[in-house]
Each structure stands twice: as structure tokens, then as C-alpha cells.
Design a binder for this molecule. Structure first.
Ligand code: NAD
Length: 469
């Protein structure tokens, strides 16, 4: 196998350069521009979700031992709702916008056209292997682009599902799936794309960004990082613990917007730990390893990474802390009295381990957050609006969610994305369509004599008084 040639799951060798060219040819032929083509593709995608629901649940189970409820909630229903919304708004999104115009342009047309970029590359991550690839894909199609999809090689079953199933439903000239890992992605990034949408870790995000600069290709980077939680003394702790732990333990903690660590007073920490013990038992039983509702770690590399985090702070573990390499199981774990210098506070955890770092107050929490990279999301739990406002006004993060975790992602009128190390650009709902759309501004004038008379003031020779608009 030579670089630039990958084998897809149908065992057909695919030349990456040729595959991208095929998508470009389709775009250049105008295949993807008609609204009816876009609608047909989106409807076929919807049919794919409907007809393959159980295959999708099965693939997620194989990759992550994700339970059916979480598979449906976080990927399939999520995709379906997004698609329904795009289909519903397609005419509204695609039509030209007529912005406000001044008196000077009273006789002219001022228009913003929604132009597709061209050939887009969408690179997905393994933790939500269907949603993170197909949700942006739907936006790219709705916007009239050709699309090259690169699913994550780590979610083997989901990637195979996408590579085998998608071509049965979608236009194979304009929507192409390329399988493979870093080698194939590197080769893909050498090609010229008109837009690149990447989801994954920050380090690879920088590689993607650098590759994009060679062709001055615009990018969206959906990255990760440590998303903090601040729990104020005024928060309802019974509700708070449930909402924090749900966001932490869903998909085995392998969620970009999982609460990474908690900042709170020692008093709140003690109550949180007691409540957490009860909640974990209530949700996953005496032995969470036996629970059908608790996911596994994607592979042994990530398992070992998480095991090392637990081992490095064994003395801080107050709930869980056990693991099983054979099963790639890390117990739902809470650590208390964690120090900023502890290993678990170095990088994004991306697993079911929740460290609590005691702080004196909101002011200290804000200082702590501002001393680190800008997070993808900031969670604040408080009954006090002033506390919420002080985090809004004194911190910077991709998004914020107060008194819950994860749920902001489901509000399709809220653009979702990071800032700084946690990403660049945003999507979801109309923001996805806008991401894949070039806003082409156009001034359309007429040849009416009155218009020309007004315009003629700009022509030389310039005498005093004639160049005034
Ligand atoms: P990953 O390993 O699946 O990698 C992402 C993509 O990058 C894959 O398609 C992979 O093939 C490609 N890739 C990997 N190494 C490469 C290289 N050297 N050169 C070129 N391409 C390469 O995913 P990951 O990075 O482990 O994902 C986890 C990270 O993604 C976490 O940090 C998480 O927070 C973040 N994430 C962010 C979002 C978001 O929406 N912001 C969503 C999910 C995950």
C-alpha cells in the first residue's frame, strides 16, 4: 500500500488525490448547488438513520460499549433532530439576504448570497464517531458543498459502518468517505480543500491548521481541554451532584464537554463526595463494572493513560479508583483535595475520573481558571445571579452552562465551539450552515439615467464640491 492509497472497508484501494479530485469535479459540474440535490441528499441521510438505527447502536456498543439509551440520545436522536431542523429551514437558510441599505444605495440592490465554499473536508473524532462526522456533513451538504469525510480510525465499527453504509444512500461523486489514520489524514491535508472542519485533540488541531495555511483554507477546529466546574455554596447540591456526575460519566467520561474538574469550598467538597457515593450506587449499583449503562475506554492506550492518572493520585481517591485492563474498565472515580500540581490536573482527563480542587471562593476559582488555557465550556453551579455574572464577565471560554452540564449542546440556536486552545469557529443549528457558507456580498446597480446622474459626481475632473456623496 503506497501513501495516498488507502483501503476502504469494501477492500477497494482508494487514491486520495483522485478521490478529492472526483469530489471537485462534481462540485465544478454544479452537481451540489441545486437546492433539490441538497434536499434529496439530506432526506437520504435521514432514511439512512431510520433504516440503520440498530446497526448504529450496535457499532457504538462494539467501539465503546455504549448502552442503547446513550447511543440513541447522544448520537442517533441528536443527528435526526438536527437533520429535521436543517430540512425544515433549508429554503430560509439558502435564500439571499437583503441587508439594510443607506440612502446612497436607494436605487440599488444590496444582497448577500449564500455561496458554497466548494470541496470541504470533515475530520471526525472517535468519542462520538457518528455525530461528530455526520452533523457537520449535513450542514456542508445543506450549504451546497461537495464533502470528503474522514472518520476516526479508532472507532473501528462506526467507521466501517459509515464507509459501507453512507455510499448506499448518498451521491457517490460528491460525498466521499476516506478511511485511515494519521498517515491518510496527512495525505488528505496535502490536497487543496475549500473548507476544513476538524474535531479532535488540540495537538492534531495545530497540524490541521498549519496544513490549511498552505492553501489559505478556512477552518473550524473543534478541540478539547479541561472544562472546569465551579460549585458555589449557594448551589442545590443534591441536583448539582447528579448533573455534574451525569456529564462526567456519560460515555465513560470520553466527551469533549465533560466536566473535567471541580472547584469548590472544602465544605461543598465534603457534601459533594457524600452525595456522589449515593448517586453512583443508585445509577450503576454496588459494582459499576456490572452495570450495562457504563461505557468502556476506547482502547488500551487511553486505558493505560487513565490508569496512570488514578495510580498517581491513589491517596486522593474517595470514590471508585479501581480498574480492569482486560475489560478496559475504569470505575466512576472521584478524587478529593486534589492539588493543582497533581498529574490529573495536567491534561484533559477524557475518562471517568473527577478531581475536586478546593478553593476559598468564586474569586479564587476565577483566578484559577484564568491562569489556564481557555476551556471549551465553563460550568457554574449557583443560585446567586451575581456569581453567574461574575464568571460571565471575568472569564473566557467557548461556551458556558450554568446549573447543568452538557445540555447547552442540545440548544440548536446556541453556536457550539471553543476559543483559543479549545477551538476556532462554531456550529450546530443554523451556525453549521453558516460555517460551510461563504457570505458573498453583492451590490447590484442599474443603468437608470437617474442612478448614473447621482453616481457621476465621483468622476474626474475632481473640482471642489463635486466629490460629495
Ligand atoms: P482522534 O484520535 O480520533 O483524532 C481525530 C482525527 O485526527 C482522526 O480522524 C485522526 O485520524 C486524525 N489524526 C490523528 N493523528 C493525526 C496526525 N498526526 N496527523 C493528522 N491527523 C491525525 O481523536 P482525539 O484527538 O483522540 O479526540 C479526542 C479529543 O478531541 C479530545 O481532546 C476532545 O476534547 C476533542 N473533541 C472535541 C470535540 C468538540 O466538539 N470540540 C468533540 C469531540 C472530541
Amino acid at each position: 500500500m503506497t501513501i495516498g492509497t488507502v483501503t476502504n472497508s469494501k477492500a477497494k484501494p482508494v487514491n486520495i488525490g483522485e478521490a478529492v479530485q472526483k469530489a471537485r469535479d462534481a462540485f465544478n459540474r454544479g452537481v451540489t448547488r441545486p437546492i433539490e440535490w441538497r434536499r434529496k441528499q439530506l432526506q437520504s441521510l435521514m432514511r439512512m438513520y431510520e433504516e440503520n438505527k440498530s446497526a448504529m447502536v450496535e457499532a457504538l456498543k462494539k467501539d465503546l460499549r455504549r448502552c442503547k439509551a446513550e447511543a440513541e440520545l447522544l448520537e442517533i436522536d441528536y443527528l435526526t433532530n438536527d437533520l429535521l431542523s436543517v430540512l425544515h429551514h433549508l429554503d430560509e437558510y439558502t435564500k439571499p439576504v437583503l441587508p439594510r441599505k443607506g440612502i446612497v444605495n436607494a436605487l440599488d440592490e444590496v444582497i448577500i448570497y449564500n455561496e458554497p465554499y466548494g470541496v470541504t473536508l470533515i475530520i471526525g473524532a472517535w468519542n462520538y464517531p457518528l455525530q461528530l462526522l455526520l452533523l457537520p456533513a449535513a450542514g456542508a451538504i445543506a450549504a451546497g458543498n461537495a464533502v470528503v469525510l474522514k472518520p476516526s480510525e479508532l472507532a473501528v465499527a462506526c467507521t466501517t459502518f459509515i464507509a459501507e453504509t453512507l455510499p448506499k444512500y448518498l451521491d457517490n461523486d460528491a460525498i466521499i468517505v476516506i478511511e485511515g489514520g494519521p498517515q491518510e489524514t496527512t495525505e488528505l491535508l496535502k490536497q487543496k480543500f475549500d473548507y476544513i472542519f476538524y474535531t479532535g485533540g488540540t495537538n492534531v488541531g495545530k497540524i490541521v491548521y498549519e496544513a490549511a495555511t498552505k492553501h489559505l483554507t478556512p477552518v473550524t477546529l473543534e478541540l478539547g481541554g479541561k472544562s472546569p466546574v465551579y460549585i458555589d455554596n449557594s448551589a442545590d447540591l443534591v441536583i448539582t451532584v447528579k448533573r455534574v456526575l451525569w456529564g462526567k460519566f456519560i460515555n465513560g467520561g470520553q466527551t469533549c464537554i465533560a466536566p473535567d474538574y471541580v472547584l469548590c469550598s472544602k465544605e461543598v467538597q465534603d457534601k459533594f463526595v457524600e452525595e456522589a457515593k449515593k448517586v453512583i450506587k443508585e445509577w450503576y449499583g454496588e459494582d459499576p463494572q456490572k452495570s450495562p449503562d457504563f461505557a468502556r475506554i476506547i482502547n488500551s492506550r487511553h486505558f493505560s493513560r487513565l490508569q496512570a492518572l488514578v495510580d498517581a493520585s491513589k491517596d486522593k481517591v474517595v470514590v471508585g479508583g479501581n480498574y480492569d485492563a482486560y475489560d478496559r474498565y475504569i470505575a466512576p472515580t472521584v478524587m478529593a483535595n486534589v492539588l493543582p500540581s497533581d498529574k490529573v490536573m495536567e491534561d484533559e482527563i477524557f475518562g471517568p475520573i473527577l478531581p475536586i480542587v478546593p478553593v476559598e471562593n468564586a474569586y479564587e476559582a476565577i483566578k484559577f481558571i484564568n491562569e489556564r488555557e481557555k476551556p471549551l465550556v465553563l460550568y457554574v453551579f449557583t443560585s446567586n445571579d451575581d456569581v453567574h455574572e461574575s464568571f460571565v464577565n471575568n472569564t473566557s471560554s467557548g461556551g458556558m452552562c450554568t446549573n447543568d452540564t452538557m445540555m447547552h449542546m442540545g440548544v440548536d440556536t446556541l453556536p457550539f465551539g471553543g476559543i483559543g486552545n479549545s477551538g476556532l469557529g462554531a456550529y450546530h443549528g443554523k451556525a453549521t450552515f453558516d460555517t460551510f457558507t461563504h457570505k458573498k456580498s453583492c451590490l447590484k446597480k442599474s443603468f437608470f439615467p437617474i442612478a448614473e446622474k447621482l453616481a457621476s459626481k465621483r468622476y474626474p475632473p475632481y473640482t471642489e464640491g463635486n466629490v460629495k456623496f
